[in-house]
Ligand binder design. Structure first.
Ligand code: PLP
Length: 404
């Protein structure tokens, strides 16, 4: 996962020169995105498939860059499904999400969804009413909320705890029995999405091994004929120590070994990654409007804020950033600066929650400099509350641009 910082910085500087107001922008590096995903897909074992969970970032240029490279898209709403089908008539689609409407289930049948992820027994029964009379059986996975206690050192683990996602293990038997008399639905396997922000490759491999063992037992106990299991998303981005990212090389190597000795021969493993695919291709840029020294603390006030980039506040971290010095200072009054100190970075919103970085060391930063936040390509613009305070949206562009 290489960041092409030089190319991004060059384009940000060029935009700053042309702008007659402090700059605020999202920049996406599509070439880096392609290289990253190409590398992920090419290092997966043969029986593994990579889907992209589009809720991480469903902007069209991102999806267009990814569509030829991934095996399919995972959608979590009827809106996402329609968006994908409007632009990609044939790409394989998996459809997840608690609380699907009847209309969304019908749309799934009409729009050639390849696999539906069923979240409860009653959703299964509802689907059967809708799928009755369809020309072919609807393929489904049962989403399971699986306890994997020995592997849960992290509070990010949802598995085995009360959640609205998936069904507890003890409800599966009723589903298996019921499915025997419902040929309009075909059980293709199981879906597990038990955690987010996984940074430990070995722990993730152990989790996958545990899923496979569990599925082997269900297949044997209930004589199930399945074709794949979906092991969800959840591979994380290390925002706190960006130089220490998830070790994909160790992960893919371990995965090859796991698949060589698999307890589920002939069964595909499907990933539906979101954050890990698109986080690194996006950058959020703010130009410093003001610097305040308030009771021993420095605040950099940038153009923009959490209404554009809610990721750091949503995750509770201080987001990493780069300072791009801008030499021009068009004013007669002295330019404010901070050197070798710690700063908080805030935006333009009238709330103390508008915080993007805190207690962050800087060598030197001045009013008018540019702040570039990397890892802003997933759960960033599209999880933010854009209309709060009615500031205009940031500029947005995609590298490589025509001039580069
Ligand atoms: C959000 C989500 C994903 C993607 O998760 P990431 O942490 O972004 O990889 C995958 N599957 C399901 C069911 C999800 O809800």
């Amino acid at each position: 996962m290489e960041l092409r910082l030089a190319a991004v910085f060059t384009s940000v500087r060029a935009a700053e020169v042309k702008s007659d107001e402090p700059l605020c922008a999202y920049v996406y590096d599509l070439e880096a995105l392609r290289q990253h995903v190409d590398q992920l897909v090419s290092t997966l074992p043969d029986n593994c498939r990579l889907f992209y969970a589009i809720k991480a970032n469903s902007d069209l240029p991102i999806l267009e860059a990814l569509a030829p490279l991934v095996h399919g898209f995972e959608v979590s709403s009827g809106g996402e499904l329609d968006w994908v089908r409007a632009h990609f008539a044939d790409i394989p689609v998996a459809f997840s999400g608690p609380g699907k409407l009847d209309r969304e289930l019908s749309r799934a049948l009409e729009s050639n969804v390849e696999c539906l992820h069923i979240e409860s027994f009653s959703e299964l029964q509802r689907l059967a009413e809708i799928a009755k009379g369809a020309s072919q059986p609807m393929g489904i996975l049962l989403r399971v909320n699986l306890p994997v206690d020995n592997l849960t050192k992290t509070s990010l683990m949802m598995g085995g705890k009360p959640t609205p996602f998936g069904m507890p293990v003890e409800q599966l038997e009723a589903c298996f029995n019921w499915l025997q008399t419902h040929p309009e639905i075909r059980l293709r396997g199981f879906h597990f999405h038990l955690l987010s922000h996984q940074l430990d490759a070995q722990a993730h491999l152990q989790l996958l091994a545990a899923y496979q063992l569990q599925v082997r037992q269900w297949c044997d106990a209930y004589d199930l004929q399945i074709d794949h299991i979906n092991v969800g998303g959840g591979i994380g981005i290390n925002y706190r120590q960006p130089e220490q990212q998830f070790d994909w090389k160790a992960f893919s190597t371990g995965l090859v070994a796991l698949q060589d000795n698999t307890v589920l021969p002939g069964i595909n493993i499907r990933f539906e990654l979101g954050r890990y695919i698109t986080a690194a291709c996006g950058y959020y840029v703010m130009q410093v409007i003001d610097i305040k020294h308030s009771y021993d603390q420095y605040f950099l006030i940038g153009r923009g804020g959490t209404h554009h980039f809610r990721t750091p506040y949503a995750q509770g971290h201080s987001h990493p950033f780069h300072v791009l010095p801008v030499n021009a200072w068009p004013h007669a009054y002295p330019r404010l600066s901070v050197s070798n100190d710690r700063v908080s970075i805030v935006g333009q919103l009238c709330t103390p929650k508008d915080l993007l970085a805190f207690d962050a060391p800087v060598e030197s930063v001045s009013c008018g400099d540019l702040l570039v936040f990397p890892y802003a390509g997933a759960y960033a613009w599209n999880i933010s509350h854009h209309d709060f305070l009615r500031h205009p949206p940031p500029m947005q562009w995609y590298l490589p641009t025509e001039q580069s």
